[in-house]
Design a protein around this ligand. Sequence first.
Ligand code: GNR
Ligand code: NI
Length: 167
Amino acid sequence: MVPLEILEFPDPRLRTVAKPVTEVNGKIVNMADRMLETMYQASGIGLAATQVNFHQRLIVVDVSDNQDKPLILINPKIVATEGEFETNEGCLSIPGFYEPVDRFEKIQLEAIGRDGEPFTMEAEDLLAVCIQHEMDHLEGKLFVDYLSNAKRQLIRKKLQKLQKQRA
Ligand code: GNR
Ligand code: NI
C-alpha cells in the first residue's frame, strides 16, 4: 500500500478545523483503513484525518504493544474527564521533537465506529492521551501550541531546516 502523505508543521493545512462526518460510507471506511496502514508504517500510535489533509472528524489509534488493536473513531466527543496526566508527547507531523504536555488522565467518549454504529467508551493513561492529541488535530491544534512561544518557534526553525535539507 502506498501510505498517505503526512503534513508537517508549520503547514497551514494542519490548522484546518475538521467537519463532522455525515455518513459512514465506503469513502470514510477506506480512508480509515488507509490511515491505519499509514500510522503503522510510520510507527505512530495515532493519526488524525487532518494530518493526511482530509478534513473530516475521523481519527485512528492503536496503543497496543503489538500494534494489533486498531481503533477507529468517527465524530469523537469527550463527555467526561478525570484527573491529570503528563506525558512526553510526539507527533508524526512534528517528527523528532518530544515535550511534556498535560492531559486528562481518564476520559469518557462517544463516537461512531467503522460499522456506522454509535458507541461510548472509557480510556485512561496513554490511550486517553493519544485520543486527546488526535482530537486536538481535528481542531487544528498541535501539541506545540501548549509550549512557550519561544520553544514553539525554535522547533519550527529546526524542523524547517530539516525539511529544506530533505527537499
Ligand atoms: O505516535 C505518536 N505518539 C504519541 C506519543 C505521545 C503522545 C501522543 C502521541 S500521538 C503520535 C502520533 C500522532 O502524531 N498523532 O497525531
Ligand atoms: Ni499528532
